[in-house]
Design a protein around this ligand. Structure first.
Ligand SMILES: [Zn+2]
Length: 86
């Protein structure tokens, strides 16, 4: 394999945890779906199912509006893992 895979495929964490609703105030519940630049990770990397990916995307977009998650991250502010300190 040319590129080392960061995530295992086809494994929806939310289905496994039987999550019915993702709260935008609960950063921990969707931090795995954010990249180091606070972008929403694509489904092909996280392995989330369509249903949960949509819920995560909705939650993250709401969290951005209330400034829990930044829209843009400058090069200096890039962290290895977002919300690691929480
Ligand atoms: Zn799922």
């Amino acid at each position: 394999m040319a590129e080392k895979r960061k995530f295992k495929k086809r494994h929806c964490k939310y289905c496994e945890a039987k999550v019915e609703f993702i709260d935008y105030k609960d950063i921990k519940s969707y931090k795995y779906s954010l990249s180091e630049r606070y972008k929403i990770m694509p489904r092909r990397l996280t392995g989330n199912c369509k249903k949960h990916q949509d819920m995560v995307a909705e939650a993250i977009k709401r969290a951005r509006q209330v400034a829990l998650v930044p829209y843009v991250v400058s090069r200096k502010e890039v962290v290895a893992s977002p919300f690691d300190e929480i």
